[in-house]
Ligand binder design. Sequence first.
Ligand SMILES: C[S@@+](CC[C@H](N)C(=O)[O-])C[C@H]1O[C@@H](n2cnc3c(N)ncnc32)[C@H](O)[C@@H]1O
Length: 451
Amino acid sequence: MKARCGPGRAVPLEPFRVLLAARFGLSSGERDDARLTAAVTSAVAHGAAATPDELLSLVARGDARATALMLQSATVGETFVLRDAAHFEVVAQRLRDARASGRSMRMWSAGCASGEEAYSLALVAREVLGASADGWVEILGTDVNPCAVERAEAGLYAPWSFRGVSAELRERYFRRDATRFRAHDALRRLVRFAVLNLVADDAPWPSAMDVVFCRNVTLYITGERLPRLAQRFEEALAPGGILVPGPSDPVLPFGPSVRRRVAPGCLYYARTEEPPAAPASPSPSPSPSPSPPSSAPPPCWSPVRSPSMPPSPLPTLPLLVPGEPALPAASPGAAVPPAASDGSPAPPAQAYVQRALAHAAAGNATEALAEARRALAMDHTLAVAHVVAASASVTLGDGAAAARFVRNARKLLAGAELEAPAPLAGDVTGATLLAYCARFERLLGERKDKA
Ligand SMILES: C[S@@+](CC[C@H](N)C(=O)[O-])C[C@H]1O[C@@H](n2cnc3c(N)ncnc32)[C@H](O)[C@@H]1O
């Protein structure tokens, strides 16, 4: 399909489709031709580029102005205040609970378009907490479309943005400004906005969010980007935090620590308060014996033991097993050894290994992975670090990375003395590390079978 751009000149849309999918995860089929054509034509008309070809290469090179002008029409920015009111009742209840327990709340409107969703969260916070929302509630609104973020920051809306909202409620939180309505300072104080591309791996990622609204966004994102996005949302959620999708959004493939929940008129996801409890684990042997019937895979730091077997004669990795004593080399009582302070010399790889193990034991897969990577950056031959990184990657749902770490660990252990402790692994032997490798391989195989 070709778009017309200028008198009699047709532009092929396919390269734009491919580029928008690659850079922003935006899926577009033939039914989106009109929108895509409008995006190209309007960006060129606004001076982003002299021709569609030039526009294509500017957007491909990340030119900010061309990209913004293109995204302005290539994305669907439909939104309004208190859209799907039942979703906000779930938030109101969370706010009441937070107030009762004296906790603050961090909320994120991911794919906020022109900001009505973020201001709606602020409005609900004011309704529930009154003036004490100041200082207790923080709301972040982000969108890939910089023009939308600019509109969100302005917070100035036409009456159509308030369809379904009573005039009384609207007037309480938005001041009339000629024919439009501007968000009151009481809302604006709670909200800040930023441009953020949800599918860019290098995007600065929010964390410790109690509530994430990502509604009517993932339905525009290509299916193959969703597993990674789900993994990153999981990282963004505080323990017990929730993610609310739109009613027509695809199911997000979360790992076992995020469960689906239902409230009246609202289906949402909730991260567990704690890492999932360790169910009985299957045998560490790589034999093809059937695995136990479990719907969710066990956490990958669970002991490598079979319920039908006596405890394995091999010591397990102590710090990967909740409740077991710390690795002897780790400082006793310190769950996670402190990070090097600024300016101090880099700690040896051993410190990173200890921190990785401690984080794994505490259920912090993201941090465990980061520390294991740091250890590997110092010494790539540390089989124990590869195994911890594999365990964290399995937990985070990154099967490809987990498989890579397992392969590396196996290569390193191939020529090693298996009954001897592995380097920097305390008294954990190469054989134990190999048993974990086998366990992870089986988990990854099971996941592939299920997919
Ligand atoms: C239909 S609006 C949803 C607005 C609001 N969440 C709601 O439900 O009312 C979809 C928004 O998702 C944004 N979006 C699409 N792809 C995105 C991406 N890769 N990263 C961030 N935002 C994205 C679009 O720019 C658009 O503003």
